[in-house]
Design a protein around this ligand. Structure first.
Ligand SMILES: Nc1nc2c(c(=O)[nH]1)N[C@H]1C(S)=C(S)[C@@H](COP(=O)(O)O)O[C@H]1N2
Ligand SMILES: [Mo]
Length: 412
């Protein structure tokens, strides 16, 4: 082949790779930013509506991010050939591809979690989180050490050293200086990310029975008197203690609830409206139930032992009027609501829960009283539940108004 033609072809190939690289970098950066926004509980709290858009955006950009990988796939063999002598570049390539593919596959599972079920979803969530925490620091390191200013800075330092007439001992001092700069950059990034990674890892390695941590049961036992006495099945928990950990969500400030401002009522289309204060509510008959807890974003808990009042019993005691079609649940946060049909609400395992694994439900977990609907995604399980209203016309719940499916059954 003519040398010139060969050179041109090489150049064109290089430019194409460069283009793919740029698109990949842009998409990955946007995904990283939107991903951290989605993970942030404060963002959920302050901008719940925006969160939904960010979520949809993240998913669509996620789909787009497959394209650079697809465009690159047919070029990989040739590209590897050009990198034959460059071990580091090859390692970088394998690493980046591995991270990207893991993120894409786990992202797809999370997007279509209803098809895959909660078991695979929670695994995908762990993978997605993990590779985010590996990929993002690497992206930052990679873009810093390859940036023009960084290279110029390296060169400037080289020059300085040469001007100082440094004695060249063993090896190449310029190379050493360069690795030093890179290591410094790497260490700094790692240090910045360590607290985040620690926060993320903690629940996976902490004891699974977190009820042993007194942090939040202590204030609760001070704010509420009398305390509900756990049933024998509740303590020690028949379920053997929950597996997995909650991510605590709220779309408002956490409401401050104590035995003075606590109230619970059933009203609307019932024969007998009722209201309880704390002491009366504690004296209602409770049952124990072991169930799993699934959030629609992918995480789950297993074998949670809940103790509380069956919703069915509360409804029957109040007498549901013929006209009533739906049960509407209110939170003491003043904002969050959701509904079930009468049939759904009458299911045997729907619980107005007061204890978890034998302890009062802590405030951030929705205590002192929260709803538990085991067969449905947890957005149905209203936290800080304080009112149940029987209504005729359908009401759309908080997240459902913002795009979540009305049909919340986990196995739907
Ligand atoms: N009042 C109220 N209830 C709520 C929510 C909320 O933000 N506010 N989030 C729902 C969602 S989406 C989930 S996954 C669970 C989370 O419960 P947790 O915060 O105790 O983990 O509560 C549900 N009930
Ligand atoms: Mo959720």
């Amino acid at each position: 082949m003519d040398k010139q033609v060969f050179f041109n072809l090489q150049k064109k190939f290089g430019q194409k790779l460069k283009q793919i690289h740029h698109w990949n970098a842009i998409l990955f950066t946007v995904l990283a930013i939107t991903g951290f926004i989605l993970f942030s509980t404060s963002f959920r709290q302050w901008f719940p509506q925006l969160r939904i858009w960010v979520r949809d955006g993240h998913i669509w950009i996620g789909f787009l991010s497959v394209l650079p990988v697809l465009f690159y796939a047919p070029k990989i063999a040739k590209h590897l050939k050009t990198l034959r002598k460059r071990k580091n570049n090859r390692a970088n390539l394998y690493f980046v591809l591995f991270v990207l593919i893991s993120l894409i596959v786990s992202g797809l599972v999370l997007t279509f979690h209803r098809k895959f079920g909660p078991g695979l979803s929670s695994f995908a969530l762990v993978v997605h989180d993990l590779f985010t925490y590996v990929g993002v620091p690497y992206l930052i390191y990679h873009s810093i050490t390859r940036a023009l200013w960084f290279k110029n800075w390296e060169k400037a330092r080289q020059k300085k050293i040469q001007e100082k007439h440094m004695v060249i001992e063993e090896g190449n001092p310029i190379m050493n200086r360069r690795t030093l700069l890179r290591r410094g950059t790497g260490t700094t990034i790692a240090l910045i990310f360590t607290p985040f990674i620690y926060q993320w890892l903690k629940p996976y390695f902490g004891s699974s029975v977190s009820s042993s941590s007194p942090s939040s049961t202590l204030p609760l036992t001070e704010t509420f008197s009398p305390l509900p006495k756990p049933l024998p099945k509740s303590k020690p928990p028949v379920g053997g203690g929950r597996k997995g950990s909650f991510r605590y969500y709220t779309v408002t400030r956490m409401p401050e609830i104590n035995d003075k401002n606590f109230s619970f009522k059933i009203d609307g289309l019932v024969d007998q409206s009722q209201a309880w204060n704390w002491e009366q509510f504690v004296n209602l008959k409770r049952e124990v139930q072991v169930s799993d807890f699934h959030c629609v974003t992918g995480w789950s808990l297993y074998h949670v032992t809940w103790e509380g009042i069956k919703l069915k019993d509360l409804l029957n005691k109040s007498g549901v009027k013929q006209k009533a079609k739906y049960v509407k649940f209110y939170s003491q946060d003043g904002v969050y609501t959701d509904t079930l049909t009468i049939d759904q609400a009458m299911a045997d395992d729907v619980l107005v829960a007061m204890l978890i694994d034998g302890e009062l439900i802590e405030n951030r977990n929705g205590g002192p009283v929260r709803l538990i609907v085991p067969e449905m995604y947890a957005y149905k399980s209203v936290k800080w539940l304080n009112r149940i209203e029987l209504i005729e016309k359908e009401h759309t719940g908080y997240w459902e108004q913002r795009g979540y499916k009305k049909d919340a059954y986990v196995d739907a």
